[in-house]
Design a protein. Structure first.
Length: 248
């Protein structure tokens, strides 16, 4: 049965956290002859996991309508996510959840000589199935909601980059923010620290780690990240992610 809900569980929020494009969160490499072509579509994929036994995969596509991704203009983004996670219920029962999510977002991106800034807003559908009943998990079943996101990327100098991302969903007022600052290595790779903070009405989690991005083969780009995380329940662990982006 379909229900319209405005709340999600802690585990669903963690899924929001580890999925980069569950947002428009991609990591452009430095400009190159390939990057100035009139690409009109980017396809982003991400595989994420943590020591808390959460594993997710996501794919998303962003299109320039009309024009190209190298110029300012309207954007359309569709994305999907699937994964599994484990958590302890309020009565200390181990529960495994399976999650499938889809979203369609529209927005606008401003492109400058050294920076990009995009704003997105759209709808989201989420289906969560639990291994056993949990009356405290209101995200069980199918729910609908609204989601918005902002994405900023800049190269203040020839050897530095800054990336900032934020997202908000009506589901239980969930939010996610992340900041990256990178330095260019020989070969055009960026390496640097990253930090993230996320939560909802009843939960919060923070991360600190390191990333490597700018690995590029023509129109294909990739990146890695790894770090430490801790939530409000004083549970700590390690997270990691691998991202891939293809331009058409």
């Amino acid at each position: 049965m379909l229900r319209v809900s405005f709340s999600v569980s802690k585990s669903v929020l963690f899924a929001l956290m580890i999925s980069p494009a569950r947002s428009a969160d991609w990591y452009p490499a430095p400009p190159s002859p390939k990057m100035i072509d009139d690409w009109i579509v980017s396809v982003d994929t991400s595989t994420t996991g943590s020591s808390s036994k959460s594993y997710f995969m996501e794919a998303g596509a962003t299109a320039a309508i009309p024009g190209s991704l190298s110029t300012s203009g309207a954007r359309l983004r569709v994305e999907g996510l699937a994964g599994t996670y484990e958590y302890l219920s309020a009565n200390k029962m181990q529960i495994r959840g399976q999650q499938v999510e889809g979203a369609a977002l529209g927005g606008y991106e401003w492109v400058g000589p050294r920076s990009k800034f995009a704003v997105y807003l759209g709808g989201m559908a989420l289906n969560t199935a639990l291994s056993r009943p949990d009356p405290h998990n209101s995200a069980n079943g199918v729910s609908l909601g609204l989601k918005g996101a902002i994405d900023y990327y800049a190269r203040p100098s020839e050897l530095t980059m800054v990336s900032a991302f934020g997202a908000f969903a009506t589901n239980d007022s969930q939010f996610f923010t992340r900041l990256r600052v990178g330095y260019m290595l020989p070969g055009g790779f960026y390496i640097g620290p990253e930090s993230a903070f996320m939560g909802n009405n009843t939960y919060a989690l923070w991360q600190v780690g390191a990333f490597l991005t700018g690995v590029q083969f023509g129109a294909v780009q990739g990146g890695l990240s790894i770090g430490y995380q801790q939530d409000r329940d004083q549970k700590s662990g390690i997270y990691g992610a691998a991202d891939l982006r293809v331009l058409f």
